[in-house]
Design a protein. Structure first.
Lengths: 202, 98
């Protein structure tokens, strides 16, 4: 009799912990998909849009606008995927999608991310493209670390890795594209798979 | 056996157990958020948070946002430690009986 009550206690503890900070659980499959979108986008840019050395990229060229378009598409697709998957999960667990935790998570995530985004755009407008990939990785990493306060998982470590990658990237000018693929593509897929298989086991 | 000693009477209640679980994974939570998560009445929640505060397991901070009073709760180090011990005791008992 007693142990049945204790078992209920344990499951209530788990339920409350998940309910009050559940957003971590969305990131398995959406992480993998975000990584795949990033790699697909990068592949399109690499084969069709990145010009040869003789013709450098400029802000007002068609190629440049297309690359920005691809970046935005990848970002929007990843966000929509994350939203749909977590909404589905919330519905399954009988939770609200939009509550205090998700609101704070989003605010904490967006403040560093938008700061970085605007900064990069300002730099691009004055012809400073060199550090774009590095800055994207660093600000994205900071956004993850900042948002991880509202999760119980390992999002923080993904953030640290992105920041580290961004810093290394800054030391190797000219390889920004590859660091970007590594960070937004490969790291997302590896991280997403780790979380996904952990979820499946439970 | 000694194990049963680690069962904390203060956590032996659905609402207090819930409050502590939430504060273990959130740095700070306000009154309305706790109410929403635990689905309890104002008076009920207030009396249980007071009990936990008396034991120094949680901190209560009152402030104002504009004209609205805002009460925020967070777990103390002692509270987190005691709660971890309580969970371990629960797990031990369950393991040893099945």
């Amino acid at each position: 009799m007693e142990s049945k009550k204790y078992l209920e206690d344990i499951s209530q503890i788990k339920d409350m912990m998940n309910r009050s900070s559940r957003f971590i659980s969305l990131s398995g499959l959406s992480g993998i998909l975000a990584g795949l979108y990033a790699i697909t986008g990068a592949a399109v840019a690499y084969f069709y849009l990145i010009p040869q050395r003789e013709a450098p990229l400029t802000v007002h060229s068609w190629n440049f606008k297309m690359i920005v378009g691809i970046l935005l598409t990848v970002a929007v697709l990843s966000s929509v995927t994350a939203y749909l998957l977590s909404a589905k999960k919330a519905k399954k667990n009988n939770e609200k999608v939009w509550d205090e935790t998700t609101r704070r998570l989003l605010v904490n995530f967006l403040v560093p991310l938008l700061t970085g985004g605007i900064y990069i755009l300002i730099k691009l407008n004055s012809q400073h493209y060199g550090l774009t990939a590095s800055l994207m990785l660093i600000f994205y990493g900071l956004a993850l670390v900042n948002a991880s306060k509202y999760t119980i998982g390992k999002v923080r470590y993904l953030g640290y890795l992105q920041i580290a990658l961004g810093l290394v990237c800054a030391a190797f000018p000219g390889y920004g594209f590859w660091f970007w693929v590594l960070g937004f593509g490969l790291l997302h897929i590896i991280y997403g798979s780790l979380i996904y298989f952990k979820e499946e086991k439970q | 056996m000694g194990l049963i000693d680690n069962i904390n009477k203060l956590f032996d209640h659905r609402i207090r157990l819930g409050i502590m679980s939430i504060l273990m994974v959130n740095e700070e939570v306000d009154f309305n958020r706790l109410k929403e998560l635990l689905e309890v009445t104002d008076g009920n929640l207030a009396s249980h948070t007071k009990t936990l505060e008396k034991a120094e397991y949680i901190r209560i901070e009152k402030s104002f946002i504009g004209k609205k009073p805002n009460t925020r709760y967070s777990a103390t180090k002692l509270g987190k430690l005691s709660f971890k011990k309580h969970i371990q005791a629960l797990e031990h008992i369950i393991k040893n009986q099945t």
